[in-house]
Design a protein around this ligand. Structure first.
Ligand SMILES: [Zn+2]
Ligand SMILES: [Zn+2]
Length: 343
């Protein structure tokens, strides 16, 4: 089968690999769609030759089951939580496979990933993907989409509240979609034209160009509920950009007792003044990935709300065009970029 290996400094190779077989507790999945994530871009831009099939946002159909498989069968459609754990340690018991003490591996890094025709995955990591969820939905659920859902869950976002999303890449656009599915009023902020347009297509009530003056003032204006009066500042804010300017604005953009989730990895500059946090009596939480059980919750959420990730998918490539797919994702002038090894 074909698989994509990042070879350093924005180069990659589409190589031949033997098809994987299902080990004990594992299934083999025929990949239908797999997303390119910001963390893939970090690897792609880096100097390191990974010598491993990349990709950690798989979605596909089970084609083989190994020994000791409990619930999955051939033909099941699944998405895969990208952090593999031992399944038996205290962290895994809490669903925190991302902090597994004995066997923590990320697909596409420590284990062969999803930029391939087939991938082996642990049964525990496989989440059912019922109709009408699409392969694109499944790929987004594996990482970026559930990351956005987890950020909103950690700051206890509520339907009647306002949400500002800073940075409108795939995680930010996912936050727009999930916020709208929750019933929130949502404003998106970015500095790239294509992304602002996409946020509108994903249902954002207002889009704000971060290159223009007065971002904080516009968010205050946005936060005033017509007919009720106003509280200056949004209730919730998800920061995905990692940009220094966004970090400087975020507390000012917030109402008193508002909540912020920091999702974006960014610079090291110290731009937050603790006196501001005190003055606003606000809550700032770091939000990194999500426990395994939240993937199941999110599948229920998508079915109950009817939400789809399709509005944020802008490009689909066959595996043979992986170089074009990565270059497009690297440009930032796109929404979610998928590879479809099957077609
Ligand atoms: Zn990811
Ligand atoms: Zn473990």
């Amino acid at each position: 089968m074909k698989g994509v290996v990042f070879t350093g400094n924005r180069t990659l190779e589409v190589r031949d690999f033997p098809e994987p077989t299902a080990g004990r507790g594992e299934v083999v999945i025929r990949i239908e769609a797999t997303g390119i994530c910001g963390s893939d871009l970090h690897v792609y831009r880096g100097a390191h030759d990974m010598n491993q099939i990349g990709g950690h946002e798989p979605c596909g159909t089970v084609v083989e089951v190994g020994e000791d498989i409990v619930r999955l069968k051939v033909g099941d459609r699944v998405t895969v939580h990208h952090h593999h754990g031992c399944g038996v340690c205290e962290q895994c018991a809490r669903g925190e496979t991302v902090r597994c003490l004995y066997d923590h591996q990320v697909y596409g890094v420590g284990r062969p990933g999803s930029f391939a025709e087939y991938m082996a995955a642990g049964e525990a990591n496989c989440i059912p993907l019922p109709e009408p969820l699409t392969p694109a939905d499944g790929a987004c659920m594996a990482c970026v989409g559930t990351t956005a859902y987890a950020a909103l869950r950690r700051i206890e976002a509520k339907p009647h509240e306002t949400l500002a999303v800073f940075g409108l890449g795939p995680v930010g656009l996912s936050a727009v979609l999930v916020g709208k599915a929750l019933g929130m009023r949502v404003a998106g902020v970015d500095v790239i034209e294509e992304r602002l347009r996409l946020a509108g297509a994903c249902g954002a009530d207002e889009v704000i160009d971060g290159r223009e003056e007065g971002v904080v003032e516009r968010l205050h204006e946005f936060s005033r509920t017509p007919g009720i009066g106003w509280i200056d500042g949004v209730d919730c804010l998800v920061e995905t950009s990692g940009a220094t300017a966004a970090r400087e604005w975020m507390i000012d953009a917030l109402r008193r007792k508002g909540r912020i989730a920091i999702v974006g990895v960014g610079g090291q500059e110290k731009v937050i003044n603790p006196s501001q946090i005190h003055g606003k009596a606000c809550t700032i939480v770091g939000s990194v990935v999500f426990p395994l059980g939240w993937s199941w919750d999110f599948a229920h959420f998508l079915l109950a709300s009817g939400m789809s990730f399709e509005p944020m998918v802008t490009h689909r490539y066959p595996l043979a065009s992986a170089a074009d797919a990565m270059a497009m994702a690297d440009s930032g002038k796109c929404g979610k970029v998928l590879m479809e090894p099957g077609g």
